[in-house]
Structure formats: structure tokens, C-alpha cells
Write a protein that binds this ligand. Structure first.
Ligand code: GLP
Length: 241
């Protein structure tokens, strides 16, 4: 595991964008696993700028998002579909057919989850997976549990996650209680993983995830078992290491 501690959020974002851009330059048809939340926003902005200013080419890039709320339409401004379009995809030359985000409205969820997994395999697997981390140690929407869920599945969100994400909604009652998320095996099969964390409120969980016991009760701790993980932190998030 390689850990970079950057001075601030802007530098963290630049470092993450640089790693993703290098991946895309090396393999123009890379399969990228993408994350939402506040943390990767700066990275997406940097990548969009690299596309505008340095011709970073996304034409052949394929993407798979980690997760999506269950029950929200794509057009809902709180959906991760909307987030990805508004914060990243609309600024780069990615082809629509190469974008994959779990369908929060699929009538047959189990079938949709199976197909998502199949499609990832069909594309040759994820070359680089970007991850954020929840305050409770979740990655994607893999919440603390007594066991690791392997593949893409429907999740019951934790109270802590609902509270943390309420800031994006008009009221906490509007936060969906379920989501679709890649599983731990899906994530661990990515060839390379880039984990981002910023700010004081991630300090404790980062320390436990990187140095503590490996347990499904802290899902991010499983990353200790992957052989190509790059962790990019700002000073505040790294304070406990
Ligand atoms: C959300 C997402 C995760 C994200 C995490 C942290 O619930 N499902 O994929 O990594 O919480 O979000 P943030 O970066 O806003 O702290």
C-alpha cells in the first residue's frame, strides 16, 4: 500500500487526477471504476481541465460507478447518475455507451446486479477503481456488517450513512434507505485501487482502515489485502497515522 499525504484538498485532487490521467494515457481504453461523494469532486474538475487543456482523451474509456441510490430516477439531482453527468461526464469526450451506473430503478434488481457484474467481466475487469470512504468505513455502499458481500447487491443503508448524506437532500426523510452497490469482491478484483480521504472527520476511520484489524465491520480494512492500493490523504485525514 502506497500512502501519499498531501498538504491540502487541492493537492490531493491533483495527485488523484494525475494517477487517473496516467492510467488513461497508458491504456486509452481503460476501464475506470468511479466514486461519488464530495471527496472526488476536485479530481473530476482537474480531469475535466486536463481534457480541455491537454487533450486528455476519454473517447475509448469505459466507466463503472460504484453505487446508486435505490428508487431515485436518473434525472433526480440527488441521484449518482445526475452527479456524474453534472460533475464530470458533461465536460469530457466520453461516449454515452461506455458509461455504466447501477440502475436505481431496475424492476428486477437481482437480475440488474447480475448483469452489472457480467458487464464488468465482459469489459475485461476494472483497471483502476477510485474509492472514497464513509465515516463508518463503508466503501461504495458496503456498510459495516458481519460478513463481506461479494458482488453487486441491494443494500440497506446505515443510520450513520443516511445522516451523513442528508446534507444533499431537503430533509433526512428524503434520503433513500436502500442503494445498489458493487460488492467487496467486485472492488477487490480491480487491478489498481485509489482511495481518497480528506478532512478531520475521516481521520479516525482512515487510521482504523489502514492500520487496524481486517474485518467486515470496517469494510475499507479489506483494502489491506489488495496488492496495488494507492491512498491519497490530506494532512487532516492523515493525522492519526
Ligand atoms: C457516500 C458514497 C461513497 C462515498 C462516501 C463518502 O455515501 N456512497 O461512495 O465514498 O459516502 O462520501 P464523501 O466523499 O462525501 O465523504
Amino acid at each position: 500500500m502506497k500512502i501519499y499525504v498531501e498538504e491540502n484538498y487541492q493537492k490531493l485532487s491533483k495527485k488523484a487526477a494525475y494517477i487517473l490521467a496516467s492510467q488513461v494515457r497508458l491504456k486509452p481504453d481503460s476501464v475506470l471504476g468511479l466514486a461519488t461523494g464530495d471527496t472526488p469532486l476536485g479530481m473530476y474538475r482537474e480531469l475535466a481541465a486536463m481534457h480541455q487543456e491537454e487533450d486528455l482523451d476519454f473517447k475509448e474509456v469505459k466507466t463503472f460507478n460504484l453505487d446508486e441510490y435505490y428508487g431515485l430516477e436518473k434525472e433526480n439531482p440527488q441521484s449518482y447518475h445526475y452527479y456524474m453527468m453534472e460533475n464530470f461526464f458533461k465536460y469530457v469526450n466520453i461516449q454515452e455507451k461506455n458509461i455504466h451506473i447501477p440502475d436505481g430503478q431496475a424492476p428486477d434488481i437481482e437480475e440488474a446486479c447480475r448483469r452489472y457484474e457480467q458487464l464488468i467481466r465482459l469489459m475485461g475487469g476494472i483497471d483502476l477503481q477510485v474509492l472514497g470512504i464513509g465515516r463508518n468505513g463503508h466503501i461504495g455502499f458496503n456498510e459495516p456488517d458481519v460478513k463481506f458481500e461479494a458482488t453487486t447487491h441491494l443494500v440497506q443503508l446505515d443510520e450513520d450513512t443516511i445522516q451523513a448524506n442528508a446534507r444533499f437532500f431537503d430533509s433526512i426523510h428524503k434520503v433513500p434507505t436502500q442503494a445498489i452497490s458493487m460488492g467487496i469482491k467486485t472492488i477487490m478484483q480491480a487491478k489498481k485501487i485509489v482511495l481518497l480521504a480528506s478532512g478531520r472527520e475521516k481521520r479516525e476511520v482512515i487510521q482504523r482502515a489502514l492500520e487496524g484489524k481486517i474485518s467486515p465491520e470496517l469494510p475499507a480494512s479489506v483494502l489491506q489485502l489488495h496488492n496495488d492500493v494507492v491512498v491519497i490523504l490530506d494532512r487532516e485525514a492523515a493525522g492519526g497515522l
